[in-house]
Design a binder for this molecule. Structure first.
Ligand code: GLA
Length: 398
């Protein structure tokens, strides 16, 4: 049902009113992993799988949310919102609303219908797509945007899309309790059709890099579940921060690994735990690779892009130790298949999906062959999605 008309009908049948409908996509990251919270670079693209949010006002002061994917409705009092997450799907939309309320915005009652086709817990940012769709729906309903300068000085100058992303990142960090960076929410809010987006996670400036029409984004789901709220993501982040703190003892201007160099690791790596040193080597080299990959894509040097993706996967697997047997298998089984440009594990790690850039003419054949090889090797039938880069969050007009 990637179909706004069906969502509209569903909302109307349940709540008796025509909704306004908004969409926000999931994403795939081409390169730049665990660099966002180190104020570095990432290069994701929004995909053609999304969350749709239908919204209409209510007069009874209630916030009623219905998730079609779970066939479940939850009701809250707009004037007395919960302050704690409940480990339920509703944490994501509710998180957005509580952050807006915390900024002093008056939240009226409303009905919200959510439906999405972004595969869950697969590293394709289904949660960010729910947050961004909700945020766009609610801010449009109340006619206000997230001010947020209190938390992010300089926010006054951010574009509406960047503010939307900040709002959703705060919902995830502060309400849901997952310590993610800004990448997923940013691309869901700001993606552009047929483009990847090189984002500078320090000042949220970005450049769009056109993805040639002949290139398909083939996403291969290992079917190993991934979760950002899981302990591994948090422990990697702590190791990245430990490395930055060691370098800062010698070079106080280094607040994040974005500012560090491989030479810093040669000089002061022995003062870090062995794990922090390896994680830092990944992050620092990944930043360099990401900027180089954007450059290669803009020059249409697909061979160089593929080479950088292969290098990034090795770094992610060996130094960051965020891969798993299945993801390593999916990447290595893709090698030599017809049309492959580059392959790597995408997203937070520890399972989820690989991204394969594939010549579009070979995408179907590539997918069949990869699926068969993976099933034989692991005994797991993967899900393969042939995608194209899509636009970010938007209103769907009738
Ligand atoms: C998850 C997080 C992002 C980012 C990636 C790793 O998707 O939500 O902020 O850190 O992992 O690159």
């Amino acid at each position: 049902m990637h179909d706004p008309i069906a969502l509209r009908a569903l909302h109307k049948a349940r709540f008796g009113v025509e909704p306004e409908v908004y969409a926000a996509p999931g994403r795939v990251n081409l390169i730049g992993e665990h660099t966002d919270y180190a104020e570095g670079f990432v290069m994701p693209a929004a995909i053609d799988f999304a969350t749709l949010a239908g919204i209409s006002p209510r007069k009874d002061g209630k916030i009623v949310m219905y998730a079609e994917n779970f066939s479940e409705e939850r009701t809250f009092d707009a004037a007395a919102l919960p302050t704690k997450a409940s480990k339920n799907w509703s944490d994501y939309p509710l998180g957005v609303v509580t952050i807006l309320a915390g900024e002093g915005l008056k939240i009226p009652g409303f009905s919200l219908t959510l439906w999405g086709d972004v595969p869950l817990a697969s590293g394709l940012s289904s949660s960010a797509s729910v947050e961004v769709a909700t945020a766009l729906a609610v801010t449009s309903l109340i006619g206000a945007s997230y001010p947020g300068a209190r938390f992010h000085p300089g926010n006054e100058n951010l574009s509406p899309g960047a503010r939307l992303a900040r709002l959703c990142q705060r919902a995830e960090n502060e309400f849901v309790g997952a310590n993610c960076g800004i990448m997923d929410q940013f691309i869901s809010a700001n993606g552009a059709e047929n483009h990847a987006l090189l984002l500078d996670c320090r000042d949220l400036s970005f450049k769009l890099a056109p993805i040639p029409a002949g290139v398909a984004l083939v996403i291969a789901n290992t079917m190993v579940k991934h979760s950002v709220a899981g302990g591994e993501y948090t422990s990697r982040r702590a190791q990245v921060e430990e490395a930055a703190a060691v370098i800062a003892r010698h070079r106080p201007e280094v607040r994040f690994l974005r500012d560090a160099t491989l030479d810093d690791l040669v000089r002061w790596g022995s003062e870090m735990s062995p794990n922090a040193l390896k994680r830092a080597r990944h992050v620092i080299s990944e930043n360099l690779r990401t900027v180089a990959a954007a450059d290669a894509l803009m020059r249409r040097d697909l061979e160089e892009l593929g080479r950088l993706m292969a290098e990034a996967h090795l770094s992610y697997s060996r130094d960051f130790e965020a891969s798993c047997v299945e993801a390593d298998a999916m990447v290595s089984l893709a090698q030599g298949l017809p049309g492959l440009i580059g392959a790597r594990l995408t997203g937070g790690g520890f399972g989820g999906c690989t991204i394969n850039l594939v010549e579009r003419d070979h995408a179907a054949e590539f997918s069949e062959e990869l699926s068969a090889r993976y099933a034989t090797e692991t005994g797991i039938v993967p899900q393969i999605l042939i995608c194209h880069a899509s636009s970010g969050a938007h209103k769907i007009n009738r």
